[in-house]
Design a protein around this ligand. Sequence first.
Ligand code: NOJ
Length: 767
Amino acid sequence: MNNTIVIKVIILALLLYSCSRPAEKQSTTIYDVLDNTIETKVDSLLSIMTLEEKIGQMNQYNGFWDATGPEPEEGAAAKKYEHLRKGWVGSMLNVRGVKNVRAVQKIVVEESRLGIPLIIGFDVIHGYKTISPIPLAESASWDLDAIQKSAGVAALEASAAGINWTFAPMVDISRDARWGRVMEGAGEDPFLGSRIAEARVKGFQGENLAANNTIAACAKHFAGYGFAEAGRDYNTVDIGPSTLNNIVFPPFKAATDAGVRTFMNSFNELNGIPATGNKFLQRDILKNDWEFSGFIVSDWGSITEMIAHGYAKDGKTAAEIALNAGSDMDMESYLYVEHLARLVREDKVEKHLIDDAVRRILRVKYELGLFDDPYKYCNEEREKELIGSKANHEAVLDMAKKSIVLLKNDKKLLPLKKEGQKIALIGALANDKNSPLGSWRIAADDHTAVSVLEGMQQYKKNTLVYAKGADVSLGKTAFVTETKINTTDKSEFKEAIESAQNADVVVMVLGEIGFQSGEGRSRTELDLPGVQQELLEAVYKANPNVVLVLNNGRPLAITWADEHIPAIVEAWHLGSQSGNAIAQVLYGDYNPSGKLPMSFPRNVGQVPIYYNYKNTGRPVEPDPDIVFWSHYSDQQNTPLYPFGHGLSYATFNYENLVVDSVNSSIESPQVKLSVEVTNTSDVAGKEVVQLYIRDVFASITRPVKELKGFEMISLQPGETKTVSFVLDHTTLGFYNNDNSWIVEPGEFKVFIGGSSRNTIMSNFNLD
Ligand code: NOJ
């Protein structure tokens, strides 16, 4: 007998032995006996799997019946149950809680022939039950350690609930605030987005994926989803190679380099080819060029959707296209399990591609340690102890404070005085315990966030009077039943106006409810929904000392507010501890340091708007009488608040930007820079020092500014710190249209400052 046959015989013998024992009691697995490397284990297992069992690993089902209840007897649920038993399901999503996960895991482990454990996926987007700020808000912290820690807390809770795979981070860059899913990403910039992608992947996956408190991450949606035309979710994406390579791909590449174990493809088509059936994206770029060794899951039903796209004529063809293009796992299209075996027999799909997909899926399962113990995430005591713990709430409070951006603070209206003040608190969102949880918080208990009202009530030495004023209007947002839709009711304005008249300071909490952004929640307007703008103006007339606190999942166009309201605080949807975080910032117990990860437009007509735009052949012309330059006749080109903008209760001065040294070799350039930053105020504060460059002439036109570095520093009153940066091959180049990274000689401008707009400048040459 040759070696392979010997191994197979041993495996089969061990398999028979293992099947005779309840899987939960096994201490070592059959594959440990043979070899310890995961690759060998995967190969051994592959060699004894039938084609149907292999395809089963590529099939993912949604949770479909009360997993702890009786076995379903008919319909789709019964069919899925039967598939679990046969080993025709490799993963389930939306099964959560130890009891439920254990129940489904038990079916495959104990009843299927090979007992290959399921990988259990869930959208752990910003926390599991203890909810952290929406990802866009967290990104506003620019605090990579805090973001990594926050993902770690989410992983801790999710893993305690039996979950071992999150469909996060979403690393789609977007320049369009109309797109509801900007709440789920890191904003408009590929450099910041890449650093945040790395932090989130590390946070979810930790140092050791096999530990029971870490889970596999998923970089999504590959690719271009954030560039949906007109910001309408799922819409067509048509972008050229330069945008794809330099803007869209970098965070995905960064996630890959950080070791992300899975990818999700995307609903959209990219340049005429649906992402799910896109071989260039999945095989050429991701699996070949980037050497990604994990697996790709389709988005929900996205294989079937290729029929509606007009790309596949039926389900069978869709399965063929998706598999050949490199989609390894079918989420809820049922097409792999239905058609792949036949497609192999008809030679339309090559067996080695099936093996490749299954190998990738098994590899991740091994890495998670699921073969060592399929129930390793199923411990009721751990679940009870860890989910919703005090420590987790402290962590999300810390993250929430760091996510707040002070947009404006004229006349030092903030921080509020802590004593002897009469404060009118106005707005439905101020008394809302649900909206702060934001979109994508499936496992959270509704109405459990700390409201702004509750947060401010902690400061007892002031008099606080609350008046709703008006409801938030929603438009036709789906899935929201408890909030009034399209309300124009102004009957409560009067009470709000009176409370403002009697107050020293008014705090108004306005914006969007939690489900007004997120998947399927695109908007054509970016103003304050409903009658909130009218309420704001009426209250301002009664008392101009207004602090406007925004709760929203996307940049809003608040031009009137910027012109009139003295203090504006961007507080997003901040999660379970939202109200405490907001109150602590308003009262100065926490000095805000957040910076916008997306530009805020002056009106919706400016969208898409972003700081790293191209100069055009007709850039801004200062002479207002000349018409023919790239501009609008009714609005400025600049955003209301630029990318990177954010104030502090401290003030900072930047000077002495020095190019310390230049090694201008094109192969390995190195430019050292430094700048002095001084806290010119009498309070301590944190500042995010931002470094931008401009490659003045290049073989492909470059943006007017590109972020290439940032550092957060803390400064005591009057203190000065020197901040240094090094630019090198990885930051001085760009991708050309042949997908090659190049650094070109010539002049570079360098800008350093506290936002993309307020910078000081220098320059250097590479020759
Ligand atoms: C569709 C969304 O696009 C994706 O991001 C999510 O992970 C899946 N649904 C699963 O819920």
